[in-house]
Write a protein that binds this ligand. Structure first.
Ligand SMILES: Nc1ncnc2c1ncn2[C@@H]1O[C@H](COP(=O)(O)OP(=O)(O)OP(=O)(O)O)[C@@H](O)[C@H]1O
Ligand SMILES: [Mg+2]
Length: 356
């Protein structure tokens, strides 16, 4: 069992790299058997361009070095043509391989940075709105509280008088009740604000929403060498929900899954997103990872506000996700993944079920 688990990623990387090795072998043969004048070696740049989309930066550099080496070997073994022409073509091919590798890797790195910046911005936006919310609570609640304290002080003084001034004391108590009611209204207003606006429901294909978020996260998934499996049920019934909000949920769950895998010691990084219909006609999405998973008792707290195990986490991603899914008439929950990791699942009502 142990052997299998450690061998699997190696086998996967081999399967991924095999087509590149085959293409390089074909180019090598072409470059060797053809005339010096035919610079077949420039086709190595195509191999490198495709490799930067599928392999890690280190693997691309190793491939590029191998391409340069093969170009030199081809040059040494080519027998026909003008030697000087071969020399120039070999030099051009090597420069082309080098420049292509450098530019392609720079492009991938820039894409990854752009994604990370966007993610950081999202976090900052969340922290900022949290900061604003805290400031507004402090401001709005502070006023009635000050008034309550002042009125309570006045009330004590009216009662301490000889004889006690009961009318004035009653008026002070009325003011305390009024201010306390005002505080409750402020809290009710703030709760309305945090629960967000009413969802703008429309019918849409959940597979499209998943696809859009996955393509946004693609560079991060590749950057962390995560093997992604998309198992999306074809012709899924449309769901009736707020697409932007649901995309926010998928984004939160994807981000958590990526974070759980990058902090895990488990070298196998597998992310599996499945969409399906349930027996009762709802549409289900599950996001399963091979990350750190949950410790005992953690599952009960995942959706609690400000509950986090991350040094830089806020602990609101899942809280917000749950309030969104429930506001859209669905449910969300978590389970342990097998053999390791976590699965987060949510269900939404489908248009089909709603119209039945
Ligand atoms: N896929 C997962 N695998 C393991 N633990 C998870 C996973 N998703 C969430 N958790 C746990 O649930 C906690 C709460 O997640 P949540 O998304 O609400 O907050 P966070 O990720 O810590 O911070 P943020 O508010 O920035 O998203 C996480 O800190 C983590 O411990
Ligand atoms: Mg989170």
């Amino acid at each position: 069992m142990k052997l299998k688990r450690t061998d699997w990623p190696r086998l996967q990387s081999l399967m991924l790299i095999a087509p590149f090795l085959l293409a390089m072998a074909v180019i090598f043969v072409m470059d060797t058997i053809t005339d010096y004048a035919i610079a077949a070696a420039v086709f190595y740049t195509t191999v490198i361009l495709v490799a930067t989309r599928l392999l890690s930066a280190r693997a691309v550099v190793v491939l590029a070095c191998s391409c340069v080496l093969l170009t030199l070997v081809s040059f040494a073994f080519t027998r026909s043509g003008v030697y000087e022409v071969g020399l120039v073509n070999t030099a051009i091919s090597i420069v082309a391989i080098g420049v292509t590798t450098y530019l392609a890797l720079r492009l991938v790195a820039a894409e990854a940075t752009a994604y990370e910046t966007r993610e950081r911005l999202l976090r900052i936006a969340r922290v900022t709105s949290l900061g604003e919310l805290t400031a507004s609570i402090a401001h709005e609640i502070n006023q009635p509280l000050t008034a309550i304290v002042t009125s309570a002080g006045a009330c004590t003084r009216w009662l301490a008088q000889q004889p006690p001034s009961l009318d004035n004391a009653r008026r002070a108590i009325d003011r305390i009740v009024q201010e306390a009611n005002r505080s409750s209204e402020v809290i009710a207003r703030i709760r309305g604000f945090t629960s967000g606006k009413e969802p703008q429901r429309s019918a849409f294909d959940l597979n499209d929403a998943i696809g859009e978020i996955v393509s946004l996260a693609r560079s991060q998934i590749d950057h962390h060498e995560i093997a992604l499996t998309l198992d999306l049920q074809p012709s899924l019934p449309e769901v009736l929900a707020d697409k932007v909000q649901i995309e926010q949920v998928v984004g939160n769950l994807l981000l958590n899954a990526i974070e759980a895998m990058t902090t895990s010691t488990n070298k196998v990084r597998q992310l599996r997103i499945v969409s399906s219909t349930t027996d009762n006609g709802a549409v289900r999405c599950s996001i399963a990872d091979s990350g750190v998973g949950f410790h005992q008792g953690e599952v009960d707290h995942l959706f609690d506000a400000f509950w986090t195990t991350k040094a830089d986490g806020i602990g609101l991603g899942l809280t917000i996700s749950r309030s969104i899914i429930e506001a859209n008439g669905g449910r969300i929950w978590a389970e342990a993944n097998q053999p390791s990791g976590a699965v987060l699942l949510f269900e939404l009502p489908s248009v089909k079920r709603d119209t039945e």
